[in-house]
Design a protein around this ligand. Structure first.
Ligand SMILES: C[S@@+](CC[C@H](N)C(=O)[O-])C[C@H]1O[C@@H](n2cnc3c(N)ncnc32)[C@H](O)[C@@H]1O
Length: 170
């Protein structure tokens, strides 16, 4: 029994640890920050489709849904996918996929991409969104919590959030 518990705990720690090779470790955005961000920085509405790249326990998705927006999360950690699906069950506006966000294509209707990444990856994340914006040939907002994107001018910086508009490049 003891060995089984050790194996389960070691597996969970290993999965959480391995994620750092592909992106930020799991730290959730606080709900009070999200309330402020989706009210004062980018007022979300039912016209929006928010995509959270690295959706953790899904707190961002559920907060977006409270504003009436549809919300899609991509998450690499299977334990967090299960937890976020459980926490978001019965919420028709929320969808969560087990996926590496570096490999996903954004849905056509995406209006805003949210991330709580890390300084190492933030420029690469912006670039990923830029490529998708070019493919979709329409502007998409990019909202980063905690980390500004170097050399890009934010539309708004408030309460720890930086909001950018990413427009198609020729
Ligand atoms: C700092 S947490 C943010 C979670 C959530 N977005 C929030 O703000 O509450 C970053 C999340 O990204 C996930 N992640 C890291 N690299 C990823 C990748 N390449 N594809 C999908 N998810 C990834 C981690 O497992 C973690 O849950």
């Amino acid at each position: 029994m003891f060995v089984a518990i050790v194996i389960v705990v070691a597996t969970i720690l290993l999965v959480f640890g391995l994620v750092v090779f592909r992106g930020a470790p799991y730290v959730p955005t606080l709900r009070k920050n999200l309330e402020q961000g989706f009210r004062d920085v980018y007022p979300l509405s039912e016209r929006d489709l928010l995509v959270d790249i690295g959706s953790g326990d899904g707190v961002v998705l559920r907060q977006a849904a409270k504003c009436g927006a549809r919300a899609i999360g991509y998450e690499l950690n299977p334990f967090l996918v299960v937890i976020s699906k459980l926490l978001s069950r019965n919420n028709p506006l929320v969808k969560i996929y087990l996926a590496d966000f570096w490999r996903v294509s954004l849905p056509d209707e995406t209006t805003i991409v949210y991330t709580f990444g890390e300084s190492r990856d933030i420029e690469k994340m912006y670039q990923k969104v830029q490529e998708e914006v070019n493919r979709l040939a329409k502007p998409i907002y990019f909202m980063s919590f905690g980390f500004p994107v170097k050399d890009k001018e934010a539309l708004k910086t408030e309460a720890g959030f930086c909001l950018y508009q990413v427009s198609p490049l020729q």
